[in-house]
Ligand binder design. Structure first.
Ligand SMILES: Cc1cc2nc3c(=O)[nH]c(=O)nc-3n(C[C@H](O)[C@H](O)[C@H](O)COP(=O)(O)OP(=O)(O)OC[C@H]3O[C@@H](n4cnc5c(N)ncnc54)[C@H](O)[C@@H]3O)c2cc1C
Length: 389
């Protein structure tokens, strides 16, 4: 029987190990770092769960099904479908008009939002919702920005909503990410919810690792370094940075994220994860997450201080929050900027090494597109390719 080695304990490697465990196949999983989950990392301190970068789990991602069946996501709770737009006019809730009727219509009072934009959102939703995700990755070669303009959205609406919202997902403000990725994420948002697990995003990989055979999984493992010479892991990345503060109340944001719609300043979005999952903060407190614009995050040396950012938060929310800084995290290599933007992994070129009687899977970050879905599909695809040999 050939031995199977998996290098990398992010969602890709863990997904492969999870399936091999279920199929009673032998394997060894080697993670070079100190924790499971790779990019899904949470620091828990004084009862606050601080994810390294604002990150949600899209319940509609098809690849998540293998973990949904095991109940790993049964206690996931969702953000509201929509977002606050923060501007000089105060805060306006732009909620999905179909899911949050009638309060979704309140946005029509906002100067950047025209009735035609709201109709376009509903039209786009209806056009995409019944498609299969694979279909998005074959036809369109335009960028997200070109696609939005071609769909007829007004520039003020793009600036107030789409640019800050999708900068927070793609981690780039120019919206140059291919429209295929936009359509896939929009499809996932329309078909499901953006969720948080108790105690942070790292809960998911921790739950998977807890169900694997402890004698087969190894943290701080450097054993397979020599095989990594040709690892095709990405070379260009988008960055992100977040500041966390303790606050006494949810600052009126509740379960909705809040976007900086002013086109000025350093902040991209705010959220209170503890208003969605109470375990993100100790009893009687809330956790405020402030995510920087990606261009600010990319320039770590000139990043404004946590105190200066708090001042900007108070201006955006037109309040005096009295928030206490907890910690800040910069993730330099957050999303690969040079994926193929396909849906499925492509033949595992360079990521599966066959030597003598050993098969080694390099699950070290090379995936089809920059999403959790693609990472899990990478692991699933590797196991399927073994089974078809
Ligand atoms: C801040 C942030 C927000 C995000 N938000 C979202 C989101 O909202 N929705 C979404 O779908 N996706 C999001 N993503 C993307 C998603 O998290 C990633 O696509 C996915 O987690 C990548 O998983 P992976 O296993 O492919 O790679 P990684 O998570 O990078 O895992 C690779 C692992 O391999 C290990 N490794 C590398 N080299 C070696 C070696 N030589 N030996 C042993 N181990 C090694 C690394 O330590 C690491 O643990 C976000 C990512 C970040 C960082």
């Amino acid at each position: 029987m050939p031995s199977i080695q998996i290098v990398g304990g992010g969602m890709s490697g863990l997904s492969a190990a999870f399936l091999l465990e279920q199929q009673h196949q032998d394997y060894q999983l080697h993670e070079g770092g100190l924790h499971w989950g790779g990019k899904l990392q949470t620091t828990i301190r004084d009862g606050f769960a601080m994810d390294h970068g604002f990150q949600v789990i899209q319940s509609a991602y098809p690849a998540l099904q293998i973990f949904q069946q095991k109940g790993y996501l049964s206690d996931a709770l969702a953000f509201g479908s929509g977002a606050w737009l923060l501007s000089n006019h105060g805060k306006t809730l732009l909620a999905d008009p179909l899911r949050e009727f009638p309060r979704g219509l309140a946005a029509l009072g906002h100067p950047s939002i025209r009735l035609t934009d709201v109709f376009q959102v509903v039209r786009l939703r209806n056009a995409l919702i019944r498609k299969q995700p694979e279909q998005f990755f074959v036809t369109d070669t335009s960028t997200t920005l070109q696609y939005l303009q071609n769909q007829g959205f007004s520039q003020p609406f793009i600036e107030a909503f789409f640019r800050p919202f999708f900068s927070g997902i793609f981690l780039e403000e120019a919206l140059k990410t291919p429209a295929s990725m936009f359509q896939f994420v929009f499809w996932a948002l329309a078909n499901g919810k953006a969720c948080l697990l108790p105690n942070g995003v790292q809960t998911l990989p921790n739950r998977i690792a807890a169900d694997l055979n402890p004698s087969k999984i190894h943290l701080s493992s450097q054993q397979l370094k020599p095989l990594m010479a040709d690892d095709p892991t990405h070379k260009n990345f988008f960055s992100t940075a977040v500041h966390y503060y303790a606050v006494d109340a949810d600052m009126g944001l509740g379960k909705f994220i809040a976007l900086n719609a002013t086109q000025r300043g350093n902040i991209n979005l705010l959220a209170v994860p503890s208003a969605v999952q109470s375990g993100y903060a100790p009893k009687g407190k809330h956790l405020l997450c402030v995510s920087m614009k990606p261009s600010v995050a990319a320039q770590e040396n000139t990043m404004p201080s946590a105190q200066a950012i708090l001042h900007e938060v108070d201006q955006l929310l037109q309040t005096n929050s009295g928030a206490q800084w907890l910690d800040s995290f910069t993730v330099k290599h957050a999303l690969p900027a040079d994926t193929r933007y396909t849906y499925q992994p492509n033949n595992f070129e360079g990521t599966v090494v066959q030597e003598n009687n050993h098969t080694t899977f390099l699950a070290t970050g090379a995936i089809a597109n920059p999403s959790l879905n693609a990472a899990i599909l990478n692991g699933i695809g590797f196991v399927e390719s073994l089974n078809s040999q």
